[in-house]
Design a protein around this ligand. Structure first.
Ligand SMILES: [Zn+2]
Length: 64
C-alpha cells in the first residue's frame, strides 16, 4: 500500500513539468519563481480570467 506516486505539476511560468519535491515548487526553478514574482509586480496577471484548457493539465506529455 505504499505507492510512491509522483504527482506532476507544471511550472506556471514556462510550463515545464515540476514536482512537489522541487525546492521552488510550484516553479521548476528559482529563475521561474523570480519571473513570476516580477509578473505580479508589473501587474501582468491582471488579464481577466484566462481559461485553463483541461488539455494542458493532461499527464503523459513526457519530454524525457
Ligand atoms: Zn519554469
Amino acid at each position: 500500500m505504499s505507492e510512491a506516486k509522483t504527482i506532476r505539476f507544471r511550472c506556471p511560468v514556462c510550463r515545464k513539468e515540476t514536482t512537489r519535491d522541487s525546492e521552488d515548487f510550484p516553479f521548476c526553478s528559482s529563475r521561474c519563481r523570480i519571473i513570476d514574482l516580477g509578473r505580479w509586480a508589473s501587474d501582468e496577471y491582471s488579464i481577466p480570467g484566462e481559461p485553463v484548457s483541461p488539455h494542458e493539465l493532461e499527464p503523459g506529455d513526457d519530454s524525457y
